[in-house]
Design a protein around this ligand. Structure first.
Ligand SMILES: Nc1ncnc2c1ncn2[C@@H]1O[C@H](COP(=O)(O)OP(=O)(O)OP(=O)(O)O)[C@@H](O)[C@H]1O
Ligand SMILES: [Mg+2]
Length: 235
C-alpha cells in the first residue's frame, strides 16, 4: 500500500504560476525517498500538503489510504499522531524543557509524564542530547533544537517520518548520525521522506530522489545517483 499518494495535485497559493503543477507520485510503505529542489521550488509546500496543513490544492492526496479531502475534522489530529514531522522552522514549545517537548507526543497519546519522560530520555540519549534534557529550547543552539524536534518526531514510532531539511543546522558528523538513525527507523518499517539540499548526504546514503523543478516532479532512481558524475575526457 502507498502511505502517501498524490494524483494530479496542483498548488497555486494566490499567484498565476503554480508552485506544483499536476504532480503525481506514491510513497510505498517502507520506502525511503529524498525530496530535492532549489530553494523556493516547493518542498516545504509539498510537505505541508501531506501533513494536512493546507487544503487549497487541486487533485487528490491520500495518506494511509484516506483521501485527505474527505477526512472529518477530528480525524486529522489522529492521522497526524502517526506522522513524525520535522519542520524546517522548529515549532518547539519554549515554556517546556527539552525533555518535556520530546515527551509530549506520548503524553498526548495518554501516557503518564513519568513514563513519557523515561522514553524521551532514552531517545535523547540516542540522539546525543543527554546533556540538555532539562534546558529550555531558547537556551540551546539551532542544531540542538533541531535534534529535539527530531527526537519528538520519532518518539512514538510514526508510520511515516517526514523531515524538512533536518540537517540544515547540523555539522557533518551530526548530519551523518541523523541519517543513520533514519535508516535504522526505515529498516524497522517507517516510511521516510527527507527534504534536503545536500547531494553529499544523498551520495552517502543513496535512495530514490524526488526532484522538484519549476512545479514538476521527477523521480531519480537510486541506481542513477552515482551515474551523474560524468567522466570528462580531454583529447
Ligand atoms: N503560505 C504561503 N503563501 C504564499 N506563498 C507561499 C507560501 N508558502 C510558500 N510560498 C511560496 O511558494 C514557493 C515555494 O516555497 P517553499 O517554502 O515550499 O519552498 P522550498 O522548496 O521549501 O524552499 P527552501 O529550500 O528555501 O526551504 C516560494 O516561492 C514561496 O515564496
Ligand atoms: Mg523549505
Amino acid at each position: 500500500m502507498a502511505v502517501v499518494m498524490f494524483e494530479g495535485v496542483s498548488l497555486k497559493y494566490d499567484r498565476q504560476t503554480p508552485i506544483l503543477k499536476d504532480i503525481s507520485f506514491g510513497l510505498p510503505a517502507g520506502s525511503f525517498h529524498y525530496l530535492m529542489g532549489a530553494s523556493g521550488s516547493g518542498k516545504t509546500s509539498l510537505i505541508r500538503l501531506i501533513y494536512g496543513g493546507n487544503f487549497e490544492y487541486e487533485g487528490t492526496i491520500s495518506v494511509f489510504g484516506r483521501n485527505l479531502a474527505y477526512l472529518k475534522a477530528e480525524e486529522l489530529p489522529m492521522m497526524r499522531q502517526q506522522m513524525g514531522v520535522i519542520f524546517q522552522d522548529f515549532y518547539l514549545l519554549d515554556h517546556l524543557t527539552a525533555i518535556d517537548n520530546v515527551a509530549l507526543p506520548l503524553r498526548i497519546q495518554g501516557q503518564s509524564w513519568s513514563s513519557a519522560r523515561k522514553m524521551a530520555a532514552e531517545v535523547m540519549d540516542w540522539i546525543g542530547l543527554s546533556d540538555c534534557l532539562h534546558s529550555f529550547p531558547t537556551s540551546l543552539s539551532g542544531g540542538q533544537r533541531q535534534r529535539i524536534v527530531t527526537a519528538r518526531a520519532i518518539i512514538n514510532r510514526p508510520r511515516i517520518l517526514i523531515a524538512d531539511e533536518p540537517t540544515g543546522n547540523l555539522d557533518d558528523e551530526n548530519a551523518l548520525k541523523l541519517l543513520y538513525l533514519f535508516e535504522e527507523l526505515n529498516k524497522q518499517g517507517t516510511t521516510v521522506l527527507f527534504a534536503t539540499h545536500s547531494r553529499e548526504l544523498v551520495k552517502a546514503f543513496p535512495h530514490d530522489v524526488l526532484n522538484l523543478k519549476k512545479g514538476e516532479l521527477s523521480l531519480q532512481p537510486e541506481s542513477s545517483i552515482f551515474a551523474e558524475v560524468k567522466v570528462v575526457r580531454h583529447a
